[in-house]
Structure formats: structure tokens, C-alpha cells
Design a protein around this ligand. Structure first.
Ligand SMILES: O=C(O)C1=C[C@@H](OP(=O)(O)O)[C@@H](O)[C@H](O)C1
Ligand SMILES: C=C(OP(=O)(O)O)C(=O)O
Length: 437
């Protein structure tokens, strides 16, 4: 039996943050680039690929399905696509690790294949709800058995899928993407509507790989029966990784940093809007386009923050940034209220509960609600934090340590490598006080 790796950090004030920071490649884009390149015709090149455990797990799964993937240099992948009809049955279960994105998108992509597949994940992923993708996929004709709506997912191959018009009740790019990827192999038209627009990387990348698709914010429509053509993908730096430095430099007096070539897809940058409304000093410089995605340098200087009511319509645009926002809110004057964010309860951990408990351990007053929290800003004392193995919670409390009166001990940080390998090294180089316990 394998035992989860447990590592701890000790974070303490390191002084002002300075320098240029290159955050790793975008996780959402990296997952999708591997998936589409694998089932395209021809050889694709992916540059800026995130070498995190989540996206490495997705790449390893396609190798098990018979796709050759080369690594000519770090952060580059050359994928020898086999076409939508060229994947081969795997001999073993397919391990998605910690990645909700990997498992949910693969469920859609594998539902219409002629062979059976079994998708498994780690303890955290095994607790995450899958009915949100199983319901629409089964309506399309898929046959997928689960453990009462939770992983493992046993996909029976050889099902004839048909397109559906699906109105999702939750704003989830993973649900939308699973249905669209199943739609590639379905008879007729597949349409997905969402209650609030979510990140549109699947739609944009399908178009880049030559698949006809209509989409506008909140709705996407495609038909089965086309082919994907290999292409080049340039992956921008991940806004969600950059977010930890945006908050840290805002909070630590004297800080002045530049985050380079960060992906600025508007469905990802809600934290920027919210931090600016709280008083943050962040300039967008050199806004341009790389590989069809907006990118910019983000210049951040320290600024005092004041609490706000986070607009509910910003929530899907910053869904992964709440751990960092909770720290910003704890350091702001006044109170910050988050509503309409119940989805946070079904991430790698229950992020409302994990962040509230961690902040309380540092002396912050937090009133938790079913779909959010009210955070009362005030001084942070030191303390011990259980990250519950959640990468974003661990990184958020590393920021808290930079502005605490005493040290912050953060437990179980190994999963930081799922989305941000090398975070601790980069953070120390920028000036963080952060060491292994
Ligand atoms: O599609 C994606 O790449 C993602 C969508 C979001 O999840 P939901 O779709 O469940 O909101 C996000 O939390 C996750 O980190 C990545
Ligand atoms: C929720 C996240 O990812 P996933 O759903 O892919 O596990 C995340 O990275 O914060």
C-alpha cells in the first residue's frame, strides 16, 4: 500500500518581494492540449506545458492509450496524434491522480471509444462528485458505472452516442468540456448552455485544431463527424499560479514584482477585478496575444486593502483563487463577504471549511456560510495549519506567513506539485520566508 507523501513548510516574513516571476504553464490549457493533440491527426507541438502532477497524469494516460509523446526539452511536448479512432484499450486502470479536470474531461472523451476504460484518482479525487458529468453523458448514450456518483468511473466502450442540448445547472467548464468532447463522437449536434459563462479553452482549442464549433459566452455548439488536425499550442503562464504572487506582493510592504506573460482569459481574471476593488495596485503591461490567448505582464506593488462584498458574478471567473483571496481579506481593513461560492466545497478540499479553519488558527474571525464566508480583517498571529492536502490552501497560507506576527506551520504540502511544481523555490527567490519543516 502506498502512503501519501507528507511534507510540511514553515513560513515567516521574508521582507519585500522583488523581481520578475515566470509562473508555470496554465493547467487547464495543458490538460486540453494533450487531450486534443492525442486524438488529432498528425504531430502537435505544445510549448509552455505545465509539468505538474495533474497534467503529467493526463499525458501518462494517453501514453497508456497508445499515444507517443516526446519531451525534446523541458516544458515542451511533441504528441504523435492517432486520430479520434486510433486510441487503443489500456491494460490497466487510468490514474488521474488529484485532477478533477483530467477525470471529468476524460470521461467525455472516452465515453464514445470502442473499448472499456476505468478512471481512478487519489483519495481527494475519489471524494469529488462525478454525477455532474455522468448525467449528461448517460443522456448521450454513454454507459458509465460509478461508486454512487463518485470515482472510480467504469466506462463501457462501444456505445453509440447521440448529441444533446444540455443546460447545465452549475457553472462548470469541466461539465461543459466533458459534454463537448463526447459530442465529437456523437451523431448530430451537441449544445451546452451554462448559467454563467466559464473558461472557454476547450472551445477555442477545438477551433484551433480545426473542428467547426460555434460559441459565445455561456453557450457552445458542435456536431460530430469531423477530424482534428494537429497544430502548435503555446501555453501561457497560469493566472491561478500567478494569483499567489499577486496577493503576496500586494500584502507585503515595499514589494514590487512583475509576473511575466500571464494568461488573461477574462473567464480567469476575476481576482484582478476584486483585488483592484479592494485597493490593490496592479498594472497590466504589454497586453498581447500568444497562441490565440491574451497574455500580459502584471506589475504589482504593495497597497493597503479594504474589505468588500465580492460580486457574485465574479465567482466563476476566480473559482480557484478563493484560497488566496481569503488571505487578502484577512489582511484588509473591515470585512469581506463571499457568497454564491458553494462549489468551493467540492474542490480538492472543502475550501470554505479548510480556509476558515486555517484563518481561525491564525486568530482571524471568520463566519462561515453554506456558500461562502464573511472574513473580518485583523492582525494575523502565528499558528499551525492543516492544508488537507489541498495545493491551493498550502500556497495561500505560505502567503499568510509573510505577514504574520509569528511563524506559520503548514502541513501536508506535497500536493503543491500537482499545479505549481517549484512554488517554494520561486517564492524564496522572490523574497518569501519559506522553508521545509
Ligand atoms: O476546466 C478546467 O480546466 C477547470 C475548471 C474549474 O472547475 P469546475 O469546472 O469544476 O468549476 C476549475 O476549478 C479547475 O481548476 C479547472
Ligand atoms: C479545482 C482544481 O483543479 P481540478 O478540479 O482539476 O482538480 C484546482 O486546481 O484548484
Amino acid at each position: 500500500m502506498s502512503v501519501a507523501l507528507r511534507e510540511d513548510w514553515v513560513a515567516s516574513p521574508g521582507g519585500p518581494l522583488h523581481g520578475d516571476i515566470h509562473a508555470p504553464g496554465d493547467k487547464s490549457v495543458s490538460h486540453r492540449a494533450i487531450m486534443l493533440a492525442a486524438v488529432a491527426d498528425g504531430t502537435s507541438r505544445i510549448e509552455g506545458f505545465l509539468e505538474g502532477e495533474d497534467t503529467l497524469a493526463t499525458a501518462a494516460i494517453f501514453e497508456r492509450l497508445g499515444v507517443r509523446i516526446e519531451t525534446p526539452e523541458s516544458r515542451t511536448r511533441v504528441v504523435h496524434g492517432v486520430g479520434l479512432d486510433g486510441l487503443q484499450a489500456a491494460q490497466h486502470q487510468l490514474d488521474c491522480g488529484n485532477a478533477g479536470t483530467g477525470m471529468r474531461l476524460l470521461a467525455g472523451l472516452l465515453a464514445g471509444q470502442p473499448f472499456d476504460s476505468v478512471l481512478v484518482g487519489d483519495a481527494s479525487l475519489t471524494r469529488r462528485p462525478m454525477r455532474r458529468v455522468l448525467d449528461p453523458l448517460v443522456r448521450m448514450g454513454a454507459s458509465i458505472a460509478s461508486h454512487d456518483g463518485f470515482p472510480p468511473l467504469r466506462i463501457a466502450g462501444g456505445q453509440a452516442l447521440r448529441g444533446i442540448a444540455y443546460s447545465s445547472e452549475i457553472a462548470s467548464a469541466q461539465v461543459k468540456s466533458a459534454v463537448l468532447l463526447a459530442g465529437l463522437q456523437a451523431q448530430g449536434e451537441t449544445e451546452v448552455r451554462e448559467p454563467h459563462p466559464t473558461r472557454d479553452y476547450t472551445e477555442r482549442m477545438l477551433r484551433a485544431f480545426g473542428w467547426p464549433i460555434d460559441f459565445s459566452p455561456g453557450v457552445a455548439k458542435l456536431s460530430g463527424g469531423h477530424r482534428l488536425r494537429a497544430t502548435q499550442v503555446s501555453v501561457p503562464a497560469d493566472f491561478s499560479a500567478a494569483a499567489f504572487f499577486l496577493v503576496a506582493a500586494t500584502l507585503v510592504p515595499g514589494s514590487d514584482i512583475v509576473l511575466r506573460r500571464v494568461g488573461m482569459n477574462p473567464r480567469r481574471t476575476g481576482l484582478l477585478r476584486v483585488l483592484r476593488a479592494m485597493g490593490a495596485h496592479i498594472d497590466i503591461e504589454g497586453l498581447g496575444e500568444e497562441g490565440g490567448e491574451a497574455v500580459a505582464d502584471l506589475h504589482v506593488r504593495h497597497a493597503p486593502l479594504r474589505g468588500i462584498d465580492v460580486p457574485v458574478d465574479a465567482v466563476p471567473d476566480m473559482i480557484d483563487e478563493f484560497p488566496a483571496l481569503f488571505i487578502a481579506a484577512a489582511c484588509a481593513s473591515g470585512t469581506t463577504t463571499v457568497r454564491g461560492a458553494a462549489e468551493l466545497r467540492v474542490k480538492e478540499s472543502d475550501r470554505i471549511a479548510t480556509m476558515s479553519a486555517g484563518l481561525r488558527a491564525l486568530g482571524v474571525v471568520v463566519d462561515e456560510t453554506p456558500d461562502g464566508a464573511t472574513i473580518h480583517g485583523g492582525p494575523l498571529r502565528g499558528g499551525s495549519i492543516a492544508s488537507q492536502g489541498d495545493h491551493r490552501v498550502a500556497m495561500a497560507f505560505a502567503i499568510a506567513g509573510q505577514v504574520c506576527e509569528d511563524v506559520v506551520r503548514i502541513g501536508d504540502v506535497a500536493n503543491v506539485a500537482t499545479s505549481f511544481p517549484g512554488f517554494d523555490r520561486l517564492a524564496r527567490a522572490a523574497g518569501f520566508g519559506l522553508r521545509d519543516a
